[in-house]
Design a protein around this ligand. Sequence first.
Ligand SMILES: *[C@@H]1O[C@H](CO)[C@@H](O)[C@H](O)[C@H]1NC(C)=O
Ligand SMILES: *[C@@H]1O[C@H](CO)[C@@H](O)[C@H](O)[C@H]1NC(C)=O
Ligand SMILES: *[C@@H]1O[C@H](CO)[C@@H](O)[C@H](O)[C@H]1NC(C)=O
Ligand SMILES: *[C@@H]1O[C@H](CO)[C@@H](O)[C@H](O)[C@H]1NC(C)=O
Ligand SMILES: *[C@@H]1O[C@H](CO)[C@@H](O)[C@H](O)[C@H]1NC(C)=O
Ligand SMILES: *[C@@H]1O[C@H](CO)[C@@H](O)[C@H](O)[C@H]1NC(C)=O
Ligand SMILES: *[C@@H]1O[C@H](CO)[C@@H](O)[C@H](O)[C@H]1NC(C)=O
Length: 469
Amino acid sequence: MMEGENPLANAIRATFTRPSWGFLLLIFTGLAVLSIHITRNTIFQLGPISSQAGLERPRGPPSCSGLFEAPPPRKVVKSISEFGGVGDGRTSNTAAFRRAMEYMEKFRGTGGTQLNVPKGRWLTGSFNLTSDFTLFLEDGAVILGSQVIMATIDGQGKMWWDLWWNKTLEYTRGHLVELINSHNILITNLTFRNSPFWTIHPVYSSNVVIKNMTILAPLHAPNTDGIDPDSSTDVCIEDCYIESGDDLVAVKSGWDHYGIRMARPSVNITVRRVSGTTPTCSGIGIGSEMSGGIRNVLVENLYVRDSAAGVRIKTDKGRGGYITNITMRNIMMERVKVPIRFSRGADDHPDEQWDSKALPKVKGISISNVISVDSRKAPLLQGIDGAPFEDICMKNVSISGLSPSVKWNCEFVSGFSDGVSPVPCFELQKMAHHLGVHIPELQWSLKFRPYSMVVKYMEKSIQFLCRHR
Ligand SMILES: *[C@@H]1O[C@H](CO)[C@@H](O)[C@H](O)[C@H]1NC(C)=O
Ligand SMILES: *[C@@H]1O[C@H](CO)[C@@H](O)[C@H](O)[C@H]1NC(C)=O
Ligand SMILES: *[C@@H]1O[C@H](CO)[C@@H](O)[C@H](O)[C@H]1NC(C)=O
Ligand SMILES: *[C@@H]1O[C@H](CO)[C@@H](O)[C@H](O)[C@H]1NC(C)=O
Ligand SMILES: *[C@@H]1O[C@H](CO)[C@@H](O)[C@H](O)[C@H]1NC(C)=O
Ligand SMILES: *[C@@H]1O[C@H](CO)[C@@H](O)[C@H](O)[C@H]1NC(C)=O
Ligand SMILES: *[C@@H]1O[C@H](CO)[C@@H](O)[C@H](O)[C@H]1NC(C)=O
């Protein structure tokens, strides 16, 4: 994508190929530190909002975007130009944005406000948003983070590019959009580029809808996760395209003893119709920071290509917490090295205070309708000694492209499988009479039956169990 183009409106069409020459330009803005902090806890929206929100198509594809309750049109509508903003790509607008927000702040709870950002390139440092507020980027508006350097724009890109690669830019890293204690949020129809760290990070928030977003970061930039719902509830992520140097979407809930103490789980998270690539990380990650607990996650219609992993669950000793009731279905992968990976031993702890006896509970993970082509490895499922991952169900999972000698690798996991190829590890072929569950057809002992019948019932029971997951 060329500099002069309109990335906000055009990026979706332009970014399905990996940037080549565009890559350097991405780095130019890669240092852009635009961090928007929201610390209020009533309503605001970020993104172009039409007066009639009209998000729910009556008979369209399934959608969770109804979690966002559309407010009436904002009473006060202003342009950033009215606060002295200049969209020439050179002038700093930090003061203008802060003045605007100070002004808008007065209308919270009394009709709300909308700040329009017209076509142009608006350099700015970080600013806080207020409640009952819409930040509306008009077609062709680009907000560029400027906190760090006008120099990037002045053509000293090479230096910054090197700095990026040699990691001496650690100090600039902030989340691009940070939502703290924020409720009823809509972020939609925008392109976010080159976050220095996680791109969108809702924490202690609820009713957050992130829809039709394009998120782009250099493919090898560390920790540039796309969207990280963290200790948040009722989060809906739909119709997004994400390219990044870390997980496309990662659900989290706090780190070791800090997360255990906060005990703020992530609950009711939907991730639907998300596609993208991350050469070093995964399409969807659960964890590894999950100490407040993660439950009721639905991931569907995920498309991951050219990535290190597709679906990944990560945890460790010391994390505590739980990961339960996770459903992932309709997943398509191409050239993903490890399509399904559960792992322990991230071996990163915030400090020495972590409790080695705080074991996470991982239970009730259902993965179905998966096609992975040109894969490199069979699923790698590694639970924790003393805290095995239980009740894992894999159904209709086809992983191809593997050499015939490649086998599943399972440790400390148990569960069921049905219609899975290549043949799963024996840990996922648990027999019904070991399960202690009550299945009417299996009430009588299998012991005296012919082998073929045992196998038949075994298959039946596995199908039964998978079906009821
Ligand atoms: C997002 O863009 C679509 C298509 O241009 C439009 O119909 C929709 O209203 C926009 N969403 C919002 C909230 O403005
Ligand atoms: C934004 O809000 C945070 C928390 O209230 C505060 O620490 C910070 O100084 C504010 N930043 C600006 C630019 O107002
Ligand atoms: C990082 O790159 C910059 C720019 O080229 C250079 O000045 C600096 O010495 C490098 N630092 C390290 C640790 O390599
Ligand atoms: C998605 O957002 C883009 C702008 O980034 C807009 O052009 C497009 O119409 C939107 N699509 C839908 C379905 O809202
Ligand atoms: C999660 O969703 C369920 C079912 O819709 C609802 O009953 C529950 O209250 C929600 N939990 C939270 C924490 O939002
Ligand atoms: C499990 O999560 C799904 C969402 O994927 C939700 O609909 C269901 O109610 C949850 N089940 C329980 C027992 O909470
Ligand atoms: C198996 O999964 C594939 C890929 O999602 C899907 O097209 C197919 O319909 C599924 N088969 C069954 C029997 O559910």
